[in-house]
Design a protein around this ligand. Structure first.
Ligand code: ADP
Ligand code: ZN
Length: 615
């Protein structure tokens, strides 16, 4: 499939150039050319010529007098004077009063300048603009071009390289759901015979980079139909009404090319709830209204299927979601372990890899990564292999690039002082130790204290716990304790604290708050929703849904909860002080500790406590 890229030079750019040229011509060139054949004389000469009856025609203007001699061959001009009897004297001299002397000055040049030149200029510019438009609308080899449409929808046509479902790894439920559309487009009769009509609109919902666009393309690729794709934000223009006309245009084209797929990415850009506030955006509302009208306007069996993608489904206008519009919702979630492994394999097919790579391990390490991130990890690994002068991507390339994609590049020239390195070692070990002491299993895959470009001074790769759908109250407590473990280790070991814990603090507070306000895990508030989640796929920020009174109570309870877990972490680390020292010491010297090494040290009998680094 070929996507037609449009050059993004705004049309207005050309208009401005034309205007500038015309303005300059009018200011300088035209008057100059006109005056070329006019001789300037003083007023005395003019009076003498009047008296001698040598004047043919005369034209008195606001600030000058133009006149010709008897034969009319030569044109003169002179300044205007306060001369009361002038008109009569001229009349007496037999001069003809005229208003066309200038035009006579150079009839051909004048004609060219005032008539031919502007026409030529506009034709040339018109050509340029229309060529630009054609290019924009698509005129490539394997692309359809369709008139001078106003819609920016790009057209994809079937080609041998089209994306198929096989290219989209994981996401089996979504694929199954969309398979029906493909079958319908292949054989609509089967459906129309029984009287079934396809849903007009299907909403793909999920976090960024999970393959929504890919799935839409794959539906088009599998069913061999044209694919129109436009982003919601492209509809919203500076001028009210432009977006609506784009929508109209898009649907007109789509109906002509039916059966086809129309894909609207980021539909939330136009489909936001119309809340009727003052800040309302007229243009957006008109565009949305037009979209609704268009969707109502065609029958379910015309063969135009609209797919839309969003990562903020809860912000969409309910009118958009009602039956007959986007009534089918296909979740496209972050891939699970198996999905991640498959996605890695799909992308690894495109690079030359070492046969012995264990994708399962990589997938485990990259817990929480989206499809786009996994694609990026494979690419980073390939780049790394090239950098090292190898022609195969190895396991360690992939492992290192996970850290690169998630935490940024190693910052080779960041020099931590010795003291800072010690603190970072203790901090990271603090987290891991508190976690291990609570769960009695390896908490981390790996910890390194090499600074990253993301600003992290160390990096901890958590153990992937597999698919985990429920969390108990105790597990959440443990999580908070683990998050406070870094700071607790600093306190236990050094008796002082640093700024290194700000991220931990944020996360711990978030969990504690959610326990009280969303999960109903406190006695006092019981099962009352005190907060609502706004957009679950984009960080999931919350807004309060309770009285200011209760708000104060919540804050106090959150503080108490975190404080309690923080104390638990301090107690755990104090009672395992020797292990804390031993592990931190190991990390400080080796810069990296794996999960196995960590557990090995934790479970072996203590060595000499004098190893402590803090002395
Ligand atoms: P979205 O539209 O959900 O934000 P995209 O479909 O644009 O995400 O995906 C971006 C890139 O991520 C794709 O080009 C592809 O390389 C990769 N990707 C994402 N999900 C998958 C998947 N399930 N299988 C294979 N590649 C994927
Ligand atoms: Zn920390």
């Amino acid at each position: 499939m070929d996507e037609i890229k449009s050059p993004k030079k705004p049309l207005i750019f050309y208009y401005i150039i034309v205007m500038a040229i015309l303005l300059l011509l009018n200011l300088f060139a035209v008057p100059k050319m006109m005056q070329m054949s006019i001789t300037e004389v003083d007023y005395g000469t003019f009076m003498t010529m009047t008296e001698n009856k040598e004047i043919g025609q005369v034209e008195i203007e606001d600030n000058q007098i133009l006149f010709t001699d008897q034969s009319g061959d030569k044109i003169y001009k002179t300044g205007l004077m306060d001369d009361p009897g002038l008109t009569e004297r001229l009349y007496d001299s037999g001069a003809k009063f005229s208003s066309e002397i200038v035009e006579q000055a150079s009839p051909i040049a004048n004609f060219l300048l005032t008539w031919v030149f502007p026409v030529v200029l506009f034709v040339v510019v018109g050509q340029l603009v229309s060529r630009y438009m054609m290019k924009k609308m698509g005129g490539g080899n394997n692309a359809m071009s369709f008139g001078m449409g106003k819609s920016n929808a790009k057209v994809y046509v079937k080609s041998t390289t089209g994306i198929k479902f096989a290219d989209v790894a994981g996401e089996d439920e979504a694929k199954e759901n969309l398979m029906e559309i493909v079958q319908y487009l292949h054989d609509p009769k089967k459906y129309t015979d029984i009287g079934a009509s396809m849903p007009k609109g299907i909403l793909l919902v999920g976090p960024p980079g999970t393959g929504k666009t890919m799935l839409a393309k794959a539906v088009a690729g599998e069913s061999d139909v044209p694919f129109f794709s436009i982003s919601g934000s492209e509809f919203v223009e500076m001028f009210v009404g432009m977006g609506a006309s784009k929508v109209r245009d898009l649907f007109k084209q789509a109906k002509e090319k039916a059966p086809c797929i129309v894909f609207i990415d980021e539909i939330d850009a136009i489909g936001k709830k119309r809340d009727g506030q003052f800040s309302g955006n007229d243009e957006r509302e008109q565009t949305l209204n037009q979209l609704l009208t268009e969707m109502d306007g065609f029958e379910g069996n015309t063969g135009v299927i609209i797919l839309a993608a969003t990562n903020r489904p809860d912000s969409l206008d309910p009118a958009l979601l009602r039956p007959g519009r986007f009534d089918r919702r296909v979740p496209v979630e972050l891939p699970d372990l198996k999905g991640r492994e498959e996605i890695l394999k799909v992308h690894a097919r495109k690079v030359r890899v070492d046969m012995s790579i264990d994708y399962n391990i990589i997938a485990r390490m990259a817990s929480g990564a989206s499809g786009a991130e996994l694609a990026n990890i494979v690419n980073e690994a390939a780049l790394r292999a090239v950098r090292d002068g190898r022609n195969l991507v190895t396991q360690s390339d992939l492992e290192e690039s996970i850290e690169v994609v998630i935490a940024g590049y190693q910052k080779k020239n960041a020099i931590l002082t010795d003291k800072e390195r010690k603190i970072v070692s203790y901090h990271e070990i603090g987290h891991a130790l508190v976690s291990a002491l609570q769960s009695h299993s390896a908490p981390v895959q790996k910890i390194t204290i090499i600074p990253r470009t993301s600003g992290a001074l160390g990096y901890t790769m958590q153990v992937d716990e597999g698919n985990h759908y429920l969390m108990t109250r105790e597990e959440l407590f443990d999580q908070i304790a683990t998050l406070t473990g870094g700071r607790a280790a600093e306190e236990v070991a050094f008796g002082s604290i640093t700024t290194g814990a700000s991220n931990d603090i944020e996360k711990a507070t978030k969990i504690a708050r959610a326990m009280l306000t969303q999960y109903g895990m406190s006695e006092e508030f019981d099962m009352v929703a005190l907060e609502t989640v706004n957009n679950q796929y984009l960080g999931g920020d919350t807004s309060l849904a309770c009285s200011a009174d209760l708000h104060g109570d919540i804050d106090r309870k959150v503080i108490a909860l975190v404080k309690q877990q923080h104390q638990k972490a301090i107690d755990l680390l104090t009672s395992h002080r020797e292990k804390l020292d031993e592990l931190a010491n190991y990390l400080y010297e080796k810069e990296t500790i794996t999960g196995e090494e960590f557990m090995e040290i934790l479970n072996r009998p203590s060595t000499d406590p004098a190893l402590s680094l803090t002395e």
